[in-house]
Design a protein around this ligand. Structure first.
Ligand code: NDP
Length: 611
């Protein structure tokens, strides 16, 4: 209805202005305006002078948010390791506390046909590998980019993207969702936030912006109504990612035999007194310490004083040596880090390397070098330690798939960690955490840890469901946990494991345990592929193909499939092999087999923990 002087209290000029403005507003803007005007009304009704916009800001605590709040906000998460799921739960709780009704679900459980019905959508999604969506976001991501995606002019949305700046396609999936929803006509409720591995603060800020936008409260309200607080990921115990537990090392063994080129540590840690609990499929987060030799080499190359006191942020002040040893990442180079160092140092050669036209050269340099190389190659000395450390990333936790069952070994958590050592550019390089575990961690020492729950890698609820486990190398870890759990709970479902490594004699991790489980009937079948015992390489997927028909029967009879280990090659090849097995067994075309596997993924009958 057009406004005019007879059907409204406005004069002609005001009516014209309003008639021009109102049709241009989207639903979120209309809702916001309604709340804003009603808030002004409440201030006036309290007897004050007519409120200015600033006055409404100041009075924020008294502004009723309910009239402005949308009916329902949908929170969709796409998560591989569980971070996205935890953040979605946190956000839902936070919004409900602000009287905003929420519906929270995994992207895999969301029916895309319902997208058109939504008015407010919040997306939390991580990115994996070469910019890929997590498994439970695959189908929704594909739908949005398909021709079937509807126009979404009435939708307001915002995206929280989780990622790691050390990967080239940082937060790509979040960026995809953000771009595509806007292309489909939806409007942004709040700008997308891209989070690095240390996501607590930025995720907290994003939550604050969306909470604010949804309660239609002007920006200055936040300090009084809902201050941004970092989000933590574990609420059951006082210990979490931001407050790790000092777990005592009970055992630290090398699982590989003499003569192996590989070293795999089996670590047993005590969780006694922590209140931390976990289930098979969960991971343990570990905060490592940098190698003291590398710390000294960096200090020497920069000509710093190791005893100089620096401010490390939330950990307070520390000597430079201590700060570099415990609090900062001093190995991996990332694009943002090199750019910041270029700016900080004003180094011309580094400015050239970080210029847009040198993108390929920068990518290659980052791939093959570490921080010490950068310092030496570009002669970076001359910058103060305080300035330099201010651009370093906080040392991120490493996540390891848990290899134990708390039913079988209460108050303990076990890990299976391969030691990473290699030489490059005439210098020995070390995996930060794995080499600390191999060289500088003894029974009695402690490690700062937390539990990273992973709802996307869980045993079937029904203990009778058969399971197929594919886990070469350290990918075997969660299956040790699965079988220990099934043994303790007396589950009757059949179990089949595919395992592989380089040599039978030296690299058969936990060999005697599998043999005992086979003898006791906990493990029904086991197929192994030792890649370097024969002239031709044999991998787990070759063994799977040899048992193609039987595997198909297991899958067809409802077995759940689990894959853990190397993401780049193994998980990809195993996925293709599963498609082949399903196509052959079910007489399906390659497209139908691929669809079938995607369906299994959606039903959580095909789960992956890959890295
Ligand atoms: P690997 O995955 O390296 O090796 C296990 C077995 O898998 C070997 O027999 C190997 O054979 C074989 N293999 C190699 N390529 C394939 C393929 N395409 N399909 C199937 N099998 C294959 O075991 P790890 O446990 O050492 O490594 C697992 C993953 O973890 C890797 O991605 C590795 O990069 C990563 N990793 C990360 C660490 C970290 O600190 N971040 C530490 C250790 C590992 P062959 O070697 O003969 O080719």
């Amino acid at each position: 209805m057009q406004l005019n002087v007879t059907n409204s209290p406005f004069n002609e000029e005001q009516s014209q202005q309003l008639n021009q403005l109102l049709p241009t507003l989207n639903s979120h803007q209309r809702i916001w305006l309604t709340g804003y005007l009603s808030a002004q009304g409440s201030v006036v009704a309290e007897g004050a002078a007519p409120a200015s916009p600033q006055a409404v800001n100041v009075q924020a605590g008294t502004v009723p948010s309910t009239p402005a709040a949308p009916k329902e906000v949908t929170i969709l998460f796409g998560s591989q390791t569980g971070n996205g799921t935890h953040l979605a739960k946190k956000l839902s709780k936070r919004l409900e506390e602000q009287q905003v009704k929420t519906e929270m679900l995994s992207m895999a459980d969301f029916k895309p046909a319902n997208l058109k019905k939504l008015s407010h959508l919040l997306i939390i999604v991580s990115t994996h590998g070469e910019g890929d969506p997590p498994d439970n976001a695959l189908a929704f991501h594909e739908f949005l980019y398909s021709k079937r995606a509807p126009k979404l002019e009435n939708l307001s949305f915002s995206v929280l993207a989780l990622g790691d700046t050390s990967y080239e396609f940082f937060c790509q999936t979040g960026k995809d969702f953000d771009t595509r929803l806007a292309e489909l006509g939806a409007s942004r409720l709040a700008e997308r936030v891209d989070c690095d591995v240390d996501f607590d603060e930025s995720a907290g800020e994003w939550m604050q912006s969306v909470t604010q936008a949804l309660s239609a409260a002007p920006a200055a309200d936040s300090a009084t109504t809902n201050a941004a607080s970092p989000v933590s990921t574990d609420s059951e115990s006082e210990y979490s990612r931001s407050n790790p537990f000092a777990a005592e090392v009970l055992e630290n063994l090398n699982l590989n035999g003499r003569g192996s080129v590989r070293e795999t540590r089996h670590l047993e840690l005590s969780l006694e007194g922590s209140g931390l609990t976990y289930e098979p499929g969960d991971s343990l987060g570990v905060y490592p310490e940098n190698h003291p030799r590398l710390v000294d080499e960096i200090i020497e190359a920069m000509e710093w004083n190791a005893e100089e006191v620096v401010n490390t942020g939330k950990n307070g002040t520390a000597s430079l040596r201590e700060a570099l040893h415990r609090y900062y990442e001093i190995t991996i180079l990332t694009k943002p880090l090199v750019e910041q160092i270029a700016k900080l140092t004003g180094n011309e050669a580094l400015a050239t390397l970080t210029a847009p036209e040198s993108a390929d050269a920068l990518r290659a340099y980052i791939h093959e070098h570490d921080l010490l190389d950068l310092i030496v190659d570009y002669q970076l000395k001359g910058v103060s330690a305080a300035e330099f450390t201010s651009v370093l990333r906080k040392i991120p936790a490493r996540l390891y798939s848990i290899a134990s069952s708390s039913k079988a070994t209460p108050d303990e958590v076990h890990l299976t960690v391969r030691t990473v050592r290699y030489a490059c550019g005439g210098r020995d390089r070390y995996g930060v955490c794995s080499v600390q575990m191999a060289e500088r961690l003894e029974p009695g020492d402690t490690l700062p840890v937390f539990i990273q729950h992973n709802p996307n890698f869980k045993l079937p609820e029904n203990p009778d469901t058969p399971i197929i486990m594919i886990g070469p190398g350290t990918g075997v870890a969660p299956f040790r946990s699965f079988l220990a759990e099934r043994e303790e709970s007396g589950a009757e479902g059949k179990t089949w494991m595919f395992y592989g490594d380089q040599h039978f004699a030296t690299d058969f991790l936990y060999q005697t345990e599998w043999q005992r489980w086979i003898k006791d009937g906990v493990l029904t079948k086991m197929d192994v592929a030792f890649s370097r015992d024969t002239e031709e390489k044999v991998y787990v997927q070759h063994r799977m193909l040899e048992k193609s028909q039987e595997l198909y029967e297991w899958i067809n009879n409802g077995a759940a499939i689990y894959v853990c280990g190397d993401e780049k090659h193994m998980a990809h090849d195993v996925h293709t092999t599963l498609e082949t097995i399903i196509a052959q067994g079910g007489g399906l075309s390659p497209e139908q087999a691929s669809e079938y596997l995607l369906q299994l993924q959606q039903e959580k009958r095909y789960q992956r923990d890959v890295y």
